[in-house]
Ligand binder design. Structure first.
Ligand code: PLP
Length: 407
């Protein structure tokens, strides 16, 4: 028996029955999971949350799977690190980094896929597929392995080595495609239809958002139920942003927080910034971004399926959308690592660069309480960071790498 009351289309509002395997609405809109919050409000109080486990499952009453279906590797309840030294350097007095890099498989994708795979287990789905160039693939492969579910992943041939290797190690079937992520998506759908695979692509089913929304619950709980003034989120498909926005709504309906919202800042890469363009042009949806390129693989999404939901959250919060260059990302990543000891994915590092811009423009002030989401670990990006720290071949003497040949 599902804890949800129904599924609701985010585009046309149509209602579907809960507890079923669902893809997109017939109109093409992503589905959202709805609960009887009035009932939950009387049975589960804010002060009781801390009795739950030190993982995202401490919010289990607001997550769809039944307790016995949960497939967990300990995802969520990540540290909210007070970044005093970085804050002092940038001129932000109350700065935190929510470090999602410590999740299983090294990124916040673990949250979404723990929830989605748990629902697959509950609904008896045995074979799943996904197109991904990066961390979503690794997380899918890990949770599918833990659940004994067959995972079929379609990856562009130039996907980072770390993501390819982890998928193989987790026993997923990986097809390397000589093409773009959109080609991978098409192949996954075509092969999947013939083979009966369930499509776990971004926003193609309603349960990944539910896992990711726990980032919103956690930031509230960790700040003693007082949301910050601004949240910086590196936005690719925007699932984390959509999820957090939904979490704030649910918490308000439960009486856990008031109606004040943080300014939601969508951070993108200069080489792929469809949300920034739509925001600046005052459009409700994004246009496809041609020739998308950035070292931040998680931000290489030319046309997010849930673009209108991301833009609603950004506008509804009087937030902003900001693009930063790959150079700025890597430079900020090195700054964050060397000043705070947090080695961030370029996506997470992009938030530091974006913060600098919004402090400089006066959009944010020194006294604002600010949370940056570091969505992944820098350890998964050796190719990107190698460009900052080139090494010469072993045996060669060179000042750059500081290599010394023993006599
Ligand atoms: C996938 C990914 C993102 C983008 O996530 P969305 O919620 O889909 O916007 C950001 N950072 C990292 C490290 C990712 O893997």
């Amino acid at each position: 028996m599902s804890k949800a009351t129904h599924l609701e289309c985010s585009l046309c509002g149509r209602r579907l029955e809960a507890g079923r395997s669902a893809g997109l609405c017939d109109c093409g809109g992503p589905l959202l999971v709805r609960y009887d919050l009035d009932k939950i409000r009387h049975r589960w109080r804010r002060r009781e949350v801390c009795r739950g486990p030190a993982s995202m499952w401490r919010y289990a009453p607001l997550l769809p799977p039944a307790d016995e279906s949960v497939v967990s590797l300990g995802e969520g309840w990540t540290p909210l690190v007070r970044a005093r030294r970085l804050g002092a350097r940038l001129g932000a007095e109350s700065l935190w980094v929510k470090d999602e890099g410590v999740n299983p498989t090294g990124s916040f994708k673990a949250r979404g896929l723990a929830c989605a795979i748990s629902m697959c287990a509950e609904l008896g789905i045995r074979k799943v597929s996904m197109p991904s160039a990066g961390n979503a693939a690794g997380a899918l492969a890990a949770y599918a392995a833990a659940a004994g579910i067959e995972a079929h992943i379609f990856m562009p041939r130039d996907a980072p080595q770390a993501n390819y290797l982890e998928c193989k190690a987790y026993g997923a079937s990986v097809t390397l495609v000589d093409g773009l992520i959109s080609d991978c998506g098409r192949m996954a759908v075509e092969r999947g239809a013939a083979e009966g695979w369930f499509d776990l692509g971004t926003l193609k089913e309603p349960y990944r958002i539910e896992g990711k929304k726990t980032m919103g619950f956690e930031v509230a709980e960790q700040l003693d139920w007082e949301l910050p003034d601004a949240i910086f989120y590196p936005t690719g498909g925007g699932v984390g942003m959509i999820g957090m926005w939904k979490a704030f709504d649910e918490m308000e309906k439960l009486g856990w927080i008031g109606s004040r919202r943080p300014k939601m800042i969508a951070v993108q890469a200069e080489g792929c910034q469809p949300v920034v363009r739509a925001f600046e042009e005052n459009e409700p949806r994004c246009r496809f971004w041609e020739d998308a390129h950035t070292v931040a693989a998680g931000l290489r999404v030319p046309k997010p399926l849930g673009d209108f939901l991301v833009l609603q959250a950004v506008r509804g919060s009087r937030g902003a959308a900001v693009a930063v260059s790959d150079d700025e990302m890597l430079e900020s990543g090195v700054a964050l690592a060397s000043v705070e000891g947090i080695y961030a994915a370029p996506e997470g590092a992009a938030c530091v660069a974006a913060l600098q811009k919004l402090l400089a423009s006066g959009f944010l002030s020194a006294s604002d309480r600010i949370v940056l989401y570091n969505t992944g670990s820098g350890l998964k990006y050796p190719e990107a960071y190698s460009t900052r720290f080139p090494r010469t071949a072993v045996g060669e003497q060179d000042k750059l790498g500081g290599l010394i040949t023993p006599r």
